[in-house]
Write a protein that binds this ligand. Structure first.
Ligand SMILES: Nc1ncnc2c1ncn2[C@@H]1O[C@H](COP(=O)(O)OP(=O)(O)OP(=O)(O)O)[C@@H](O)[C@H]1O
Ligand SMILES: [Mg+2]
Length: 360
């Protein structure tokens, strides 16, 4: 069995990237004990790190300790050591075992924590990536953009690893590094107009606009990826998040989700090679495309609030009442079960994709 990596990205903010990463990484680890799961938090807001570390003020304190260590136990520690050619072989310098901090998580889930300083080092990363090469074989852009990809080829123990990479919506240098690190791209969207526009934006940013700008064209991410013959992730799934949010507005939501899927299907019809297993799928119309490449995720309502605040995955949520910042929050069993089912469905789709990969 080989390693596998997923990056969650959409250049629209607040669509649920961190929330979904938290839930699927936890359930994926439970369902795949023969693998190690590593969450890489490439967003300086470190939201997924906070949830995985157990949420709330306690998680914030632990995270600050990691950030303040002489070698930060975070993405910044790993990136800085990689650039300065320090020894990065011992991954336990950077990656933590989450069950040491959050008893609700299984033994096989780990975290390369997020770090607000990623924002501060971003200009330095760009500067280094764009440095003039010294020789024909010197490729500073490739080196900087491969730091996390190199990590996704490693193991942290004996087991094969599955990596889940959370991102920031901006297309900054650290997001570009994150996108180029993964085999597959998961695209969460909400049922709103801006999510529909964001799909086109995502294709333009990653694969390049159909007509290249006469001046900026040669400096774009996409041109560089082409010139350096680097691999982009393939699109695995469109995640329709919170499509069941407002019952009364179900019809309008359906129309928007249909528009989003149509926009994605147009991209598929244009270049199916950008999608996972396109050559093996029998997708000949929008409905078949929807079935193969999209998943709907329900609104988690109060279960989502409790999960994020306490770092409890849905599978471990077994009470009807939780306390969040002094308030009593009701989470009915029915609601917990529905949310759990949603995540398990998504994880089994991903696990099926993982096991399709043949050993090299
Ligand atoms: N399925 C869901 N049900 C209920 N609430 C959700 C769901 N998905 C996301 N949320 C809520 O929506 C808000 C935004 O989610 P989240 O932070 O995961 O988005 P994001 O895409 O990571 O945002 P950013 O772009 O800032 O990184 C959060 O308050 C989160 O709790
Ligand atoms: Mg986020």
């Amino acid at each position: 069995m080989t390693n596998k990596s997923y990056v969650m990205w959409n250049n629209k903010g607040g669509v649920g990237k961190s929330t979904i990463t938290f839930h699927i990484a936890a359930v994926y680890a439970e369902k795949n004990p023969e693998r190690d799961v590593v969450v890489i938090d490439m967003c300086p807001q470190a939201n997924v790190s906070m949830m995985l570390l157990g949420g709330g003020e306690k998680a914030e304190e632990v995270l600050q300790q990691f950030i303040k260590s002489s070698t930060p136990k975070t993405v910044v520690g790993l990136i800085t050591d990689s650039i300065t050619k320090s020894d990065t072989n011992d991954l336990s310098k950077y990656i933590i075992k989450l069950s040491d901090h959050n008893k609700n998580l299984p033994e096989n889930i780990h975290l390369l924590s997020g770090d607000g300083n990623l924002e501060l080092i971003a200009p330095l990363l760009s500067e280094r990536a764009d440095a003039t090469p010294l020789t024909v074989n010197d490729k500073p852009w490739v080196n900087i953009h491969s730091i996390i990809k190199d990590l996704t080829k490693k193991k942290i123990g004996d087991k094969p690893c599955t990596f889940f990479i959370d991102t920031n919506p901006s297309f900054s240098v650290y997001t570009q590094i994150a996108i180029l690190s993964a085999d597959e791209l998961l695209v969460p969207i909400n049922a709103d107009d801006s999510s529909v526009y964001a799909i086109t934006g995502l294709f333009n940013l990653i694969w390049g606009a159909k007509t290249k700008h006469s001046i900026y064209g040669k400096y774009t991410f996409s041109t560089k990826v082409d010139n350096f013959e680097m691999d982009r992730p393939k699109i695995a799934l469109l995640l329709g998040n919170r499509f069941t949010q407002q019952k009364g507005a179900a019809h309008a939501f359906k129309a928007l989700s249909s528009k989003a899927i149509q926009t994605m299907y147009k991209e598929y019809s244009n270049k199916s090679s950008r999608f996972v297993n396109a050559q093996r799928s029998n997708v000949s119309d929008k409905d078949a495309f929807e079935k193969q490449y999209s998943v709907e995720l329900r609104d988690f309502n109060s279960a989502g609030v409790v999960a994020a605040n306490k770092g409890i995955p849905l599978s471990k949520m077994d009470k009807n009442v939780y306390h969040v910042y002094g308030e009593k929050i009701q989470v009915s069993k029915e609601q917990r079960d529905l949310c759990k089912e949603t995540i398990e469905n998504l994880v089994s789709r991903l696990s099926a994709l993982t096991h399709e990969i043949k050993p090299a």
